[in-house]
Design a protein around this ligand. Structure first.
Ligand code: GYE
Length: 344
């Protein structure tokens, strides 16, 4: 189906959807109402209609990423954005995708909460000839032709970089050969960000027989959950040297629990915390020496998704895998200057 035909069908389905809404008998009328009213208008015939299925709103990283979708796919630029928040539940995301397919959107953008369980719904999108761009986290499917491409971070590299940073840091403190006890606050289990960061760090662990991983536990990428897990870690283990926290919001929760236990952080003593994302509030804690190092994960992927969509509109070839550039920050850097040019 060409984009134009799809757009025509979309306009028709959209009107049908609206009349259902007024009749109050749509199966998911609440969801429909929220989405439609959010965009404040109907798509023009020439609009590029994009359905974005977001993971949820579990972190600062996610909030920045969501805002970037809204800033990128604007009406002024000829887009009509339908945004669905999956609230950290895969079933909500599958429902959102089915809704996009039913509406005949031009493109689907999926940020999948976990990697598995997407084959069936992606096949439905493919059968409807709707290109699917996967962004941020990835999917693991049998047939990779089910999606057009993936754009996001090299999570394995982030984890590896964190491990190598820790090795350098411990050496510089004369602790290179000392026993080091580590706990890990993992992100949502089965998500690409969790898998990559855990495996990347584990690769470096293998080279250090003196590093002892006491326990892995998931804090689901949220501050509240990580606070509880950190409390449990502190009650269970007497001597924790390092906390690997797979995102900044979990780090905020962990820091709260560590301070409440009367312990000191990173530059100032007892527990070294290493984090991921490098959002503004976390970088302020790097500046204070509470977080030892923070490995950046770039949330501004929507402009890259837009580039991909524009290429597809022109019929150009797309690379299957695209990584974004990332860096890291540690307590030795001049954070004040670095924060000046930072938008998130
Ligand atoms: O690190 C975390 C968010 O998938 C890269 O998800 C993303 C991760 C990010 O909740 O803060």
């Amino acid at each position: 189906m060409t984009s134009n035909i799809r757009r025509g069908i979309f306009a028709m389905l959209f009107l049908v959807g609206i009349s259902f809404l007024y009749a109050g008998c749509g199966a998911d009328s609440n969801m429909t109402m929220e989405t439609e009213l959010e965009s404040e208008s109907e798509p023009d015939e020439n609009d590029i209609v994009i359905g974005v299925s977001q993971v949820g709103s579990e972190s600062d990283w996610r909030a920045t990423n969501t805002q970037a979708y809204r800033d990128t796919f604007t009406e002024e630029k000829g887009y009509y954005l339908i945004f669905e928040d999956g609230q950290q539940k895969q079933e909500n995301q599958v429902k959102a995708l089915r809704k996009f397919i039913l509406k005949g959107v031009d493109y689907i953008v999926l940020d999948p909460i976990v990697e598995t369980g997407w084959d069936a719904v992606l096949k439905e999108a493919q059968d409807a000839n709707i290109p699917v761009i996967i962004a941020d986290r990835n999917v693991s499917v049998e047939d990779e032709s089910l999606y057009t491409c993936w754009v996001g971070s090299d999570f394995m590299l982030e984890g590896r970089n964190a491990g190598e940073w820790l090795a350098r840091y411990l050496r510089s403190r004369g602790r290179g050969n000392k026993d080091i006890n580590i706990v890990t606050l993992q992100g949502t289990l089965g998500s690409t960000a969790q898998i990559g960061r855990t495996l990347g760090f584990a690769e470096v662990m293998e080279k250090h027989a003196n590093w002892n991983m006491l326990e892995y536990q998931s804090g689901d990428f949220t501050q509240a959950k990580a606070y509880e897990v950190m409390e449990y870690f502190l009650e269970t283990y007497e001597d924790i040297d390092v906390v690997i926290s797979e995102n900044d919001n979990m780090t905020f929760g962990a820091i709260e629990a560590i301070k409440e236990a009367g312990l000191r952080l990173s530059r100032n003593g007892d527990i070294i915390i290493i984090s991921f994302d490098a959002v503004r509030d976390a970088l302020l804690l790097v500046q204070k020496g509470e977080i030892a190092a923070d490995f950046e994960c770039n949330p501004i992927t929507p402009p890259l998704v837009e580039e991909i969509i524009q290429k597809l509109e022109r019929g150009e070839e797309i690379e299957k895998v695209q990584y974004v550039d990332e860096t890291y920050f540690d307590y030795k850097m001049d954070m004040e200057t670095l924060l000046q040019d930072r938008t998130y």
